[in-house]
Design a protein around this ligand. Structure first.
Ligand code: CIR
Length: 253
């Protein structure tokens, strides 16, 4: 069960954030509406929401997930791999001080984005991507193992972040797209396979009694419902334009 989430309002500078997609420029008002709906959905899931104000200095800072890795016992402050995002961690660490006494840090030359970390029970899968390098992954694995968790490093082939293509719904059930459908590291889990045309929906989040998923991915939603989960669908277009998915917009703990 999650009790808390941290979210951060997108600033006006969000429209100038980083992207590799060619889906066009986000419309700020629409991004705000979608963000508000996201917060409402989280509240429906029964979590208490810490809503941080926008920071215009960091266009991508609404994607708070990338700044930390959280467990019930401790917080790991990441070291985001994009130069323009590297200063985002300060405000998040301050917000987390209210909830955590124990902090660990990913240190330069290690880089790590929270979007590359997938927790499945006591296992953490750590993606190596354009943002998370081998040294960052190694540091996180060492921290997790020193605290009694297991860490497994997974080099990515195509996906932007690890969690762009795989999510964990609980009860040993994952949802996987693209390179993760037949990936040897995830073969021992039960699996929902996301069809290619619905790939964006592989980034969804289980929050207590609901799975929150982007709107309009009928096949994925059907399979999630069939597995016994209630779903909440959210319009995510303005975040997708900047490579963001549902998980990126919150830290859940
Ligand atoms: C970036 O390039 O960093 C942002 N535009 C998107 C970050 C998405 N975060 C995530 O998948 N965890």
């Amino acid at each position: 069960m999650y009790k808390n989430v941290i979210v951060k309002k997108p600033g006006k500078s969000y429209v100038n954030g980083l992207t590799t997609s060619d889906l066009g420029k986000p419309v700020y008002e629409k991004a705000l509406e979608q963000h508000d709906a996201y917060v409402e959905a989280l509240k429906k899931c029964g979590v208490s929401v810490t809503f941080l104000p926008a920071n215009e200095e960091f266009p991508d800072s609404t994607f708070v997930e990338d700044t930390a890795v959280l467990t019930p016992e401790f917080a790991v402050i990441s070291n985001p791999g994009a130069v323009s995002r590297n200063g985002e961690t300060g405000e998040i660490e301050t917000a987390l001080k209210k909830f955590y006494d124990t902090f660990h840090y990913i240190k330069t030359p290690g880089t790590l984005d929270g979007g590359d970390i997938l927790q499945i029970e006591d296992h953490f899968y750590i993606g190596i991507s354009d943002r998370t390098n081998e040294e960052g992954a190694r540091q996180l694995k060492e921290i997790l193992e020193s605290e009694g968790y297991k860490g497994k490093i997974v080099p990515l082939q195509k996906f932007f972040h690890l969690k762009t293509g795989i999510s964990y719904l609980g009860k040993e059930l994952i949802i996987a797209a693209g390179e993760f459908v037949d990936h040897p590291d995830f073969q021992h889990y039960k699996k929902i396979t996301v069809p290619l045309e619905e790939e964006y929906s592989a980034n969804c989040i289980r929050v207590n009694d609901y799975v929150i998923i982007p709107k309009g991915y009928e096949e994925t939603i059907r399979q999630i419902n069939e597995a016994g989960f209630e779903t909440i669908e959210l319009e995510m277009s303005e975040f997708q334009k900047h490579d963001g998915g549902l998980s990126c917009l919150s830290l859940r703990f």
